[in-house]
Design a binder for this molecule. Structure first.
Ligand code: CMX
Length: 477
């Protein structure tokens, strides 16, 4: 086709007319197909009444039933294992890992629609599953992709805000600021101010949440551009692409199919990890005050920005690169062991290992490793080798060292142990940016539950705190 198109203006015009007719035909066909396809809001609306009934019955019939005792060690130990919040979309089993509405990561990889020409789960499929509990059809997912792409541009005040920030400000700080500033256009806040019925809250929370998820790629990519590639033009959003396809384009990596696929997988499987983790819990807590989804999620992003949580993926790479700098490329298991002990003996944690709930290797880590297994060029990369390859992988040494160290309850890798090395291989070498990608992802799960909290009419979160004296008094009583 290329030859004739370039051969003269007349042929060029004919080709353009034919292409335009075929575009109109395809668009009409797509519109017809979409017209008979449920929107995500309709799909959600269908499942809300049954859940409302389930909650009402539980409260009425079993409101006083006990789910277990509260131990002193839980109150002073970060509430580990305390069953104290409702979160419907995903459950984390200590040994098996995460299930999204009952589906494991491999189940999702089989059942959830991918992008055209791709194999990996896309963010829209995961969002649909998390929000509605149903596996979407391909047409439903394509419609959602288009809906998000159409809402994907940033308002000019947010562009100006982000462009005015010093490039030395951490990308996560910038992301939180941009998300908070998007609340200027919150439909939830505006409707609440006007006065709406409680039963309508969820529709506005959904609208805001979809708008926010749609705008995150443009916001996150603008931060990347400003900090690492100032002056580079940002392409416009393509309404025919999925959310992550557009994100990769905006970041400047849209031409690298393998990286786009990696980002799709990364962003889907980081989307939700039940409710007790610091970022999800923060979104839930803040939104329980009826703060709108934007400021609720901005707060969550600052929890994600802590090194014991989402920032660990940047820390892992820093740690692995330091190891390589110190020990060179011919690293043996013995070298890795020494480096691990050096880290532990200096009082630092080994980033990417341990977990508040998991007691086995994280299935998200395994899914990202499997992505590498099918691509020999990734296995040949010395940075990925440090994490993985049979001759020297940290994974083969670290659990035994951490067991011998004797502190961590889970000596196995969590998702952050591998995620950054692959980004580094594909050219996203700026590891301070990695948690931003996690932040684009975690919106899927955290905002899903903000919407459900409003649909179920959940109250303000307000647990009871105790002073040390009060704890002692309670034990003696
Ligand atoms: N390296 C060294 N020590 C570790 C450790 C690690 N990777 N993981 C846990 N420990 C230590 C803890 O610091 C704690 O020590 P103290 O008793 O001195 O306070 C002890 O082992 C017991 O901790 P735990 O009950 O096993 O783990 P927690 O639930 O308290 O903490 C986590 C969980 C993730 C914060 C911890 O394992 C850690 O710091 N890991 C490294 C950072 C990391 O990878 N975080 C990412 C987690 C995944 C995510 O949220 O993104």
């Amino acid at each position: 086709m290329r030859g004739p198109v370039q051969s003269g203006p007349k042929v060029h015009t004919m080709f353009r007319q034919a292409a335009s007719r075929s575009f109109v035909r395809n668009t009409l066909a797509a519109q017809k197909r979409f017209a008979s396809t449920k929107t995500i809001k309709e799909a959600l609306q269908e499942v809300i009444p049954a859940k409302q009934e389930q909650l009402k019955a539980l409260k009425k019939q079993h409101g006083q039933a006990s789910l277990g005792e509260v131990k002193v060690e839980q109150v002073i130990g970060g509430m580990r294992g305390l069953k104290a919040m409702l979160w419907d979309a995903s459950v984390l089993d200590p040994l098996e890992g995460i299930r999204f509405h009952g589906l494991t990561i491999p189940d999702c990889q089989k059942a959830l629609p991918a992008a055209p020409g791709g194999k990996e789960i896309i963010a829209e499929s995961m969002l649909w599953l998390l929000l509605t509990g149903k596996v979407p059809t391909e047409a439903e997912v394509r419609q959602l992709s288009r809906q998000l792409a159409e809402k994907g541009h940033l308002p000019s005040h947010v562009e100006k805000l982000i462009d005015s920030l010093p490039t030395s400000l951490h990308p996560m700080t910038q992301l939180g600021m941009g998300v908070a500033a998007l609340n200027h256009d919150s439909t939830f806040a505006a409707a609440y101010e006007k006065g709406i019925k409680k039963s309508e809250y969820w529709t506005y929370a959904l609208e805001d949440s979809l708008n926010l998820i749609a705008k995150l790629p443009a916001l996150a990519a603008r931060i990347y551009r400003n900090v690492y590639h100032p002056g580079r033009p940002l392409p416009s959003i393509d309404n025919n692409l999925d959310l992550v396809g557009n994100y990769a384009n905006l970041l400047g990596y849209g031409g690298n199919h393998d990286l786009v696929e990696y980002l799709r997988l990364y962003i889907s499987i980081h989307g939700d990890h039940e409710g007790g983790n610091a970022s999800a819990h923060t979104a839930h807590l803040v939104s329980s005050t009826l703060a709108d989804p934007y400021i609720s999620y901005a707060a969550a992003l600052y929890a994600l920005a802590g090194p014991l949580h989402g920032l660990a993926n940047q820390e892992v790479l820093r740690w692995q690169l330091n190891m390589r700098k110190e020990l060179g490329d011919n690293i043996t298991h013995e070298h890795i062991k020494e480096f691990l002990w050096k880290t532990l003996n200096s009082g630092q944690v080994v980033p990417g290992y341990g977990h508040g709930v998991l007691r086995n290797p994280d299935p998200r880590f395994i899914a990202l490793q499997e992505f590498c297994d099918t691509r020999p060029e990734l296995l040949a990369d010395p940075v990925i080798n440090l994490v993985k390859k049979a001759s020297a992988r940290t994974y083969e040494v670290a659990p035994a060292v951490l067991k011998e160290h004797g502190k961590t309850k889970n000596p196995y890798p969590n998702v952050d142990a591998a995620s950054g090395c692959v980004l580094f291989h594909y050219g996203i070498t700026q590891f301070k940016y990695y948690t931003v990608i996690f932040g684009v992802s975690r919106a899927l799960g955290a905002l899903t539950q903000v919407v459900w909290a409003r649909a179920l009419g959940l109250p303000l979160e307000r647990p009871k705190s105790l002073s040390l004296d009060a704890i002692e008094k309670a034990i003696k009583a």
